[in-house]
Design a protein around this ligand. Structure first.
Ligand code: NAD
Ligand code: 6OD
Length: 486
């Protein structure tokens, strides 16, 4: 079989590992690449290179020099847009129309935004009176934290990886990245862009592999990794906290969600349907911010449900190159099994299957792919597993509600606290409800509308910490206070 090889990127060069693992196309489950799994030696080499680069040219550059290089990285991604797009679509199966509007442009923007931000954010300064009358001046310095371990998921691979790597490098750190085993390609390709842009060797390193007993664990348990930033499942976040606890190592965790949408009777239903179609089904429902619980006020419940069903029934499943398709497969057959187990569970629990609930008939070799139908349920209790557990597929449950206090309480009654969407044309209600939601992110009459200067992250079991804007600088730097006696 003629498969491509995807390599680790360590100290500015591509390297093999201790093993090879298969990368399959989610559309037809065919193996198209072998990925070099990094062992402990490769991870040690990557961490050592990252540590050296902190002392070398990267650590000695001015903020402006670093920022200029990061602009070149962003321009390099844009110059090779088609290559990144093809690699991302091949790994994930997502439509080109989606990746070309979200994943790849954000991959570039994440470098520019944070390169510009570090140049413009001041630190604090205080004059202190002293008994001798001469005084003292205090000022804070931002210093890089050091070697940052970046552990990434598979749903928006380049976007979520650069969302961490952009600010980490802008702040003067170096990184050891572990992309998801499902999506190794764009992280590896970015190594070429880093070299072309003049990023010194050792600043950006990529090691491939899995979690426990593999590259993920080797990074998170490494004593020379100074901080770990992670996006992924809540259970994995807990394991990563434990791995660094004895080192008192800072972690930033962006974890799972079970996000509600609240559709009030005074909403503009055209907007609410358009937004909920995206929040439930975009990226085949594999967005941490996605809506899996929809609460609709009773006077518009039937109309909303009918229109959402019509929208879901109108989705066109197809491969990334199918220009008519607006929904791809799930990322893998393994994830398909997980999502289908929830489809079965919903039936066992007596859900009303409004649409979907199974595997679509796909032609030819696509029948082997990780396809599932977009699915809508109604009729389940708020306590059912379908309403409590993150499914991470193209599915949602729609329930009626009667009044504002009731829906706030029901929407907040979850272990998660990542995002919610509120649909109403009454601006007083919008602000009143937004202020009562136990989520790190609240969208009103929108969803996944991003301003990278704003705080991003989850509460409860959806995460620890905030990134975005100055909040990223808080995580990726150590503040040192300098006190000068005059
Ligand atoms: P995952 O937790 O299974 O894997 C994420 C990464 O962690 C992978 O690279 C994996 O190899 C690695 N990993 C697994 N176990 C590890 C361990 N013990 N030590 C170190 N590394 C380990 O998550 P996933 O399935 O790739 O992604 C989907 C999940 O990510 C969903 O729960 C979703 O909600 C969440 N997510 C959250 C956000 C957010 O911003 N909050 C964004 C995207 C995805
Ligand atoms: O937009 C972002 O910066 C971000 N972190 C999005 C996360 C999406 C989750 O799947």
């Amino acid at each position: 079989m003629n498969t491509e090889k995807i390599l680790n990127f360590i100290d500015g060069s591509y390297r093999e590992g201790v093993n090879w693992f298969e990368k399959r196309n989610p559309c037809n489950n065919a193996v198209f690449a072998e990925v070099a799994e990094a062992g402990r030696d490769e991870v040690d080499a990557a961490v050592a290179a990252a540590k050296r680069a902190l002392r070398g040219p990267w650590g000695k550059m001015t903020v402006h020099e670093r920022a200029a290089i990061l602009h070149r990285v962003a321009d390099g991604i844009t110059a090779r847009f088609e290559e990144f797009l093809a690699a991302e679509c091949r790994d994930t199966g997502k439509p080109r129309s989606l990746a070309s509007h979200i994943d790849i442009p954000r991959g570039a923007a994440n470098f520019k935004i944070f390169a510009d931000l570090v140049k413009n954010v001041p630190t604090e300064s205080f004059m202190l009176d002293t008994p001798d009358g001469a005084g003292a001046v205090n000022y804070a310095l931002r210093r890089p934290k050091g070697v940052i371990g970046v552990i990434c998921p598979w749903n928006l691979p380049l976007l979520l990886m650069t969302w961490k790597v952009g600010p980490a490098l802008a702040c003067g750190n170096t990184v050891v990245v572990k992309p998801s085993e499902e999506t190794p390609s764009t992280a590896a390709l970015l190594g070429e862009v880093m070299n072309e842009a003049g990023v010194p060797p050792g600043v950006y390193n990529v090691v491939h592999g899995f979690g426990p007993g593999s590259a993920g664990e080797f990074i998170t348990s490494h004593a020379d990794v100074n901080a770990v930033t992670f996006t992924g499942e809540t259970g994995t976040g807990a394991a990563i906290m434990r791995a660094g606890a004895h080192l008192i190592r800072p972690v930033s965790l962006e974890l799972g969600g079970k996000n509600p949408a609240l559709v009030f009777a005074d909403a503009d239903l055209d907007k609410a349907i358009e937004g909920t179609m995206r929040s439930a089904f975009a990226n085949c429902g594999q967005v941490c911010l996605g809506t899996e619980r929809v609460y609709v006020q009773r006077p518009v419940f039937e109309e909303f449900l009918g229109r959402l069903k019509a929208g879901a029934d109108g989705l066109v499943l197809g491969t990334p190159d199918d220009a008519a398709a607006n929904m791809g497969p799930l990322v893998s057959r393994e994830h398909q099994s997980k999502v289908l187990s929830y489809y079965a569970k919903a039936c066992e629990l007596g859900a009303d299957v409004v649409t979907g609930g199974g595997v679509p008939g796909m032609p030819g070799d696509l029948a082997e792919g990780a396809w599932v139908q977009p699915t809508i349920w109604a009729g389940l209790d708020d306590d059912s597993a379908i309403m409590r557990e993150e499914i991470f597929g193209p599915c949602c449950h729609v329930s009626p509600f009667d009044d504002e206090d009731e829906v706030i309480e029901r929407a907040n009654d979850t272990d998660y606290g990542l995002a919610c969407s509120i649909w109403t044309e009454n601006s007083s209600r919008a602000h009143r409800v937004a202020g009562q939601m136990d989520t790190g992110l609240v969208w009103v009459n929108s969803w996944f509308l991003r301003d990278l200067r704003t705080p991003f992250g989850g509460s409860k079991r959806s995460g620890i910490g905030r990134e975005g804007g100055v909040h990223s600088l808080e995580f990726y730097t150590e503040l040192s206070n300098v006190c000068v006696k005059l």
